[in-house]
Design a protein around this ligand. Structure first.
Ligand SMILES: Nc1ncnc2c1ncn2[C@@H]1O[C@H](COP(=O)(O)OP(=O)(O)OP(=O)(O)O)[C@@H](O)[C@H]1O
Length: 769
């Protein structure tokens, strides 16, 4: 195409002034007509790295009618006379199809006579992995492709032949940018660099990026750079650096299920057409459902699709049999179907550092889909350690800037690879030992003190444990299963009845499981069913509950089971011992002689708990010097650990005391008339309750309670209602109208009464309102 004197020559070398060039590095003759400079460049260039080099027919290219929109967009950007930025980063996971896109694009740009130069890096290749020849190769192509650039580039080299061995940045400046200024007001020239991550050494990769990205580089305005790479952490960090902000545009090579389908359909048709054993196989082959499954397995990336096509297309085998092998990853010989894929994954894993630490993390990602911060916590790492360990795996794993987001694999095939010992060998995460190791790590976490976090994996951990076949090998897990902190078991939304039933039956099916561990989890299952009713679990005998049991049951009307130990100052062992007296497996005196003992009544139990909670509130107040030193309250510390939305201990203290206040209000209302309790109410420090919204509830319920006194007088009730030091704070606020307070209280009573019925306890224990 000739529009003026600066013809873009499209690899056509015009007749030169001089004679033939000298012999090139590969034995080829130098380019005629431009003298020594071009000849020196020719010797220094890596011709194999050019898009249509001699062996480029073996390199990836886009199958016809695939990646059409992406190619169109890239080409449009490249040819745009005034794009917002002149640098574009094309990134995507390993095997997404970046090279295929870049080669196809380079060919299109070449046909448009707008390809300045290109370099296709190739990992571990003798010459194509060498960064030192990148800019000489590009300068050489610029000189050949653009006639007007030939002389200025050649002169630079003639003047200073050493340039081909100088630093990357000097080459970029002196060999490319400066001579090309003459081209300043011409059409854009595109420089394509593929596989930056495949160039030897992170340092060189960084240097190349700096040479292109740094604001000081001041490239001719006609230049467009397209750089493709995997989203490796060190490359992403360079692009993300504030110094380079606004200097480049990035494009993600996204999954494309439609393109993969198109490719597979065409390739299967070709195989069907070309393979002589296929003549009698009816079309469509493969059937649509098999094709759909294969498309799904590809995760929308080409590497899987092209790998299986290569395998099925082997002329020495029947394609139908090979397809069956691909579909059944456990069939013998199927490993070889994924050879290319596995080689890719092995290379990535081998290049990662600290592999022995990496494998348990991969195991956790594969089986639990955790986020970075969860893995840090589960494995007891210092914050940020997981991210460091996974730095080398960005091309197979999707990591997010938000540490809480689940890490996942770019390709489903990577997970299959990691699970299959025949494919991943030492990297396999699916062996029994590795799975037991993972279960141990996670159980250790759940056996530790209740920590401040929201990691809700216990249910999945139970599923994972029960998937381990009963064997002596799992015996190591039993002590840890016995030590799971009950706070996690009873914390709402952590587990369900189904989880408890499944771990219990798994333990029972394990001949080596100790009976006390089985009993413990049966008890947990029973306790759980008291709070979260399930069919089929009930007490076997009608027992008369002890005062202690009744106190717990009354409290359960208003509190969650997992709050009881802290609120009632019980240990989990106490709670279990008391509650499980109701259980079907309890063998004790109360079962043999049920009911015939002096009954404690629910109102008195409520009174006792109310007194206990008032004293607890006062104690917390005194211990913490009125809340000034909240760390002195164990309750505040517990509250802080239990709810990650609570920001600090002070807030935790206030919330805990408010919770107590609300429970005291309800329990007082349930109590019989009792002057002792009335007096105790006055011991509550005003700052704990009167200056808060809890006072609404307290005034409401205590007023109702006072009406039940035999000698109740309006005066007493009015006196109570006006008791608060600041009456303004104690009216029933619009946000907490009386009917809400009333309906909450009735719900508590109803839930308590339902529980009495469910547990087949005597009706006399119900609360009549
Ligand atoms: N559009 C496409 N049409 C047909 N085959 C494709 C296409 N894209 C990719 N492939 C095939 O998928 C495989 C992986 O593609 P490619 O090498 O381009 O991926 P990549 O993203 O550059 O991978 P890596 O990060 O490992 O360099 C190759 O065998 C390639 O031929």
């Amino acid at each position: 195409m000739a529009d003026d004197g600066n013809v873009i020559n499209n690899y056509h070398i015009g007749g030169g002034r001089g004679g033939a060039g000298g012999e090139g590095r590969n034995g080829a003759g130098g380019v005629g007509g431009q003298g020594m400079g071009i000849d020196i460049l020719h010797r220094a260039a890596t011709l194999e790295a050019v898009h249509d080099s001699a062996d480029s027919f073996m390199e990836p290219k886009c199958h016809p009618k695939t990646r059409t929109q992406m190619l169109k967009d890239l080409r449009k950007w490249a040819l745009d006379p005034c794009p917002k930025t002149s640098i574009l980063w094309l990134y995507g996971p390993a095997g997404a199809g970046k090279t295929a896109i870049m080669r196809t694009l380079a060919t299109q740009l070449h046909d448009d006579t707008r390809l300045g130069g290109c370099f296709f890096f190739k990992r571990s290749h003798v010459t194509r992995s060498n960064a030192r020849t990148l800019f000489t190769t590009i300068a050489y192509q610029l000189a050949l492709n653009v006639e007007s650039l030939r002389t200025p580039i050649s002169e630079v080299v003639e003047k200073n032949p050493l340039i081909v061995g100088l630093s990357i940045r000097t080459q970029m400046q002196q060999l490319i940018s400066e001579p090309c200024r003459a081209h300043e007001d011409r059409q854009s020239l595109v420089i394509v660099i593929d596989g930056l991550d495949e160039c030897d050494g992170h340092a060189f990769q960084g240097e190349i990026l700096r040479a292109i990205l740094d604001p000081s580089s001041n490239h001719p305005i006609c230049f467009r750079f397209i750089i493709a790479s995997r989203p490796e952490a060190h490359i992403r960090e360079m692009f993300d650096s504030p110094v380079h902000s606004g200097r480049y545009h990035s494009v993600n090579v996204k999954q494309s299920f439609d393109d993969v389908r198109k490719y597979l359909c065409d390739e299967f048709s070709r195989i069907h057409r070309e393979h002589y054993t296929m003549a009698k196989i009816p079309l469509p082959w493969p059937t649509p459902d098999i094709l759909q499954k294969l498309v799904e397995n590809s995760s929308g990336h080409f590497i899987y699709a092209s790998t299986i096509i290569k395998f099925i297309d082997d002329k020495s085998y029947r394609p139908t049999e090979r397809l069956e092998m691909v579909q059944d990853p456990n069939s013998s010989g199927s490993e070889s179907a994924f050879d290319t894929l596995d080689q890719l994954y092995r290379t990535i894993l081998c290049s990662a550092t600290r592999q022995s630490q990496l494998i348990p993390i991969l195991c956790a990602i594969v089986y639990f889909e955790l986020g970075v911060s969860e893995i840090d916590q589960f494995f007891g790492f210092t914050e940020g350690e997981t991210r460091l360990l996974l730095r080398g795996l960005h091309s197979v794993l999707q990591l997010w800037s938000d540490d809480r987001r689940e890490i996942h694999s770019h390709h489903a095939s990577f997970v299959d690879f990691l699970k299959n010992p025949d494919r991943s060998g030492n990297f396999c995460v699916g062996t029994l030992n590795r799975r037991i190791g993972l279960a141990q790590s996670l159980l250790q976490f759940y056996a530790s003190l209740f920590q401040r976090n929201e990691i809700r994996c216990l249910s999945r951990l139970i599923d994972f444990i029960v998937s381990l076949p009963p064997s002596n090998a799992v015996a190591e897990l039993f002590p840890l299963i016995a030590s799971v902190n009950p706070h996690y078991i009873f914390r709402p939304a952590y587990l369900s009845n189904v989880d408890l039933a499944s771990i219990t039956s798994w333990l029972k099916n394990n001949p080596s499981a100790p009976t006390d561990v089985i009993q413990l989890w049966e008890d947990y299952a029973f306790m759980f069913s008291i709070e979260w009713p399930t069919e089929g679990v009930s007490v076997q005998y009608i027992v008369s509950p002890s005062p202690e049991l009744l106190r717990i049951l009354v409290s359960l009307g208003f509190l969650r089971l997992y709050e009881l130990p802290t609120t009632l100052d019980l240990t989990w062992t106490d709670l279990r011992a008391t509650l499980c007296r109701l259980g079907p497996s309890f063998v004790g005196d109360e079962h043999t002689l049920p009911v015939h003992q002096q009954q404690t009544t629910s109102p008195w139990a409520a009174r006792d708990v109310a007194l206990q909670l008032i004293r607890k509130m006062v104690k917390n107040h005194n211990d913490t010097n009125g809340g000034a030193n909240p760390s002195a309250s164990r309750d505040a510390v517990w509250m802080y650990n239990a709810y990650s939305y609570i920001h600090n201990l002070k807030e935790a203290y206030t919330q805990f005391q408010h919770g107590l206040g609300i429970n005291i209000s309800s329990l007082v209302r349930l109590s019989p008339p009792c002057p002792v309790l009335y007096r105790e109410l006055w011991s509550i420090p005003p700052s704990e309750i009167w200056s808060t919204w809890v006072s609404d509830k307290l005034i409401h319920h205590v007023s109702k309670w006072l009406k039940t006194f035999p000698d109740s007088t309006t005066d007493l009730i009015t006196f109570w209602q006006q008791a608060a030091p600041d009456p303004k704070l104690c009216h029933i606020s619009p946000y907490n109208p009386g009917w809400i307070t009333e309906s909450d209280w009735r719900d508590g009573v109803r839930s308590y009464n339902d529980m009495i019925v469910r547990l087949h306890l005597p009706n006399s224990l119900k609360i009549i309102t």
